[in-house]
Design a protein around this ligand. Structure first.
Ligand code: UGA
Length: 444
């Protein structure tokens, strides 16, 4: 049975969720305060790069099953289930998450709820937020107790957002056990197609559901920083972190995924989520429990510095006037997101140290230029690398992984390459005459 759904927020999370819900057969209205974004979405255009999303979006905008508005009243009148998919960025100058956008959805939607409604929060929030919002909602909604709020954290990865939305590996629904209401039932109706496929469906209290999300991201961040810490030891001792990760990854308890050593993690989630988690633990008086995350953050940030130091060393001690081609600006491939991107951070640091940096990224150039207008942006790999004294691969896009070392050798000024993501076939580059520097490898 199709449900009538609204999704507040049309960023990476909200737009994908709205399109995904339409794909599941529901009738969906997406809401955002940004009229320019809504105009694009109404035309079936996605305001950011996410593989496969524009097809799904366009299909359902055309069928009429998916529409967009800036008017919350329209959503309140139309939908029975409302999702919150707005951002919770890091506060300026603080570790804590900025809750203003999530709070604004409740403050706006609550007073418009004149008939029973279920609200499911998807945004990543500090533990305790859902209980606070549920109370507030009951106070301000004309339907009172019939405005019921649960938490349904999202685990999608950018670059795989459509796939992760339609085929999640688990569904988590947080409900206040004192007031279960109709929340679980509503979630079961919305996600019926996934439940038929036996997708694990975990119902918890509100606090646990919020903690599941931040714990998952904290664990992933820890795994990446673990291997990057080991990479530092490899660099100092002559070990090879790739062989090491392969070997420990065979242990099923450890697993090979997220043991990719390199420039470390970035993006709009992992960095700010571990910081917000530490900040919240501090408020709860258990900051010691998460002190290790400070080290996870430190190891991660050191990777960027290490890359800049390595670059300085391999060009002979000074970056002044050195032409460096930085391949990649996005925080990871299949994304145009440059939020807290290690690639862009490295490019910016090299530039500040006097290097003539030329950046090329297949998708993220516009976003990168908005943050770092003083960098030079090239149109292609060749354009970035022509005459370069050093090439740095900072994001593992497919087109970088398959570059021909022989062809590129003829274009650059000096055949030196730093593989910041350990994504190149190193032996081929060495055989083609390049000085190859990996991360956590003999040469790095
Ligand atoms: C992350 C989580 O993986 C999702 O499950 C979660 O839903 C999402 O955050 C979120 O909270 O919204 P995402 O930020 O899209 O997803 O990206 P990841 O694939 O997790 O990669 C994060 C960063 O870690 C990237 O910069 C990537 O290059 C880096 N990384 C990843 C490594 O440095 N090494 C690895 O082995 C894996």
């Amino acid at each position: 049975m199709p449900e009538r759904i609204s999704v507040f927020g049309t960023g990476y999370l909200g737009a994908t969720h709205a399109a995904g819900m339409a794909e599941l057969g529901h009738e969906v209205i997406g809401v955002d305060i940004d009229p320019a974004k809504i105009d694009l979405l109404r035309r079936g255009e996605v305001p950011f790069f996410e593989p496969g999303l524009s097809d799904v979006l366009r299909r359902h905008v055309e069928s009429g099953r998916l529409r967009f508005t800036t008017d919350p009243q329209e959503a309140a009148d139309f939908a029975d289930v409302h999702f919150i998919g707005v951002g919770t960025p890091q506060k300026k100058g603080e570790n804590a998450a900025d809750m203003r956008y999530v709070d604004a959805v409740i403050e706006t939607l609550g007073p418009l709820l004149t008939r029973p409604a279920v609200i499911l929060g998807k945004s990543t929030v500090p533990v305790g937020t859902a209980a606070r919002l549920a109370d507030r909602l009951r106070d301000i909604a004309p339907v009172g107790d019939d405005a019921q709020l649960g938490w349904n954290p999202e685990f999608l990865r950018e670059g795989f957002a459509v796939q992760d939305t339609l085929f999640p590996d688990r569904l988590v629904i947080g409900v206040d056990p004192q007031r279960p209401g109709r929340i679980e039932e509503a979630a079961r109706r919305v996600y019926a197609a996934m439940l038929e496929r036996d997708t694990p469906f975990i119902v918890t209290d509100l606090a646990t559901s919020e903690l599941v999300k931040v714990s998952a991201n904290a664990f992933l961040a820890t795994k990446i920083s673990f291997i990057n810490a080991i990479a530092e030891v490899c660099e100092a001792s002559g070990g090879d972190v790739i062989a090491l990760a392969d070997a420990i990854g065979h242990d099923e308890r450890i697993g090979r995924k997220f043991l990719g050593a390199g420039l470390g993690f970035g993006g709009g989630c992992l960095p700010k989520d571990i910081r917000a988690f530490m900040a919240r633990a501090g408020e709860l008086g258990v900051d010691q429990a998460l002190t290790f995350l400070r080290e996870v953050d430190n190891v991660n940030m050191r990777r960027r510095e290490h890359a800049v130091e390595l670059a300085t060393r391999v060009v002979g001690g000074s970056l002044s006037g050195i032409h460096v081609a930085v391949l990649g600006a996005a925080f990871k491939p299949q994304s145009d997101d440059v939020r807290d991107s290690p690639a862009l951070d490295v490019a910016g640091s090299l530039h500040l140290r006097g290097a003539d940096v030329r950046v090329y990224d297949p998708e993220a150039m516009r976003n990168a230029a908005a943050i770092w207008p003083t960098l030079t942006f090239a149109d292609s790999i060749d354009d970035a690398c022509r005459g370069a004294d050093l090439v740095i691969v900072a994001t593992e896009w497919g087109e970088f992984k398959t570059m021909d070392p022989v062809v590129l050798a003829a274009a650059v000024g000096s055949t030196r390459i730093i593989d910041g993501r350990n994504c190149l076939p190193s032996q081929e580059w060495i055989d083609a005459g390049w000085d190859y520097y990996g991360m956590g490898r003999h040469s790095g």
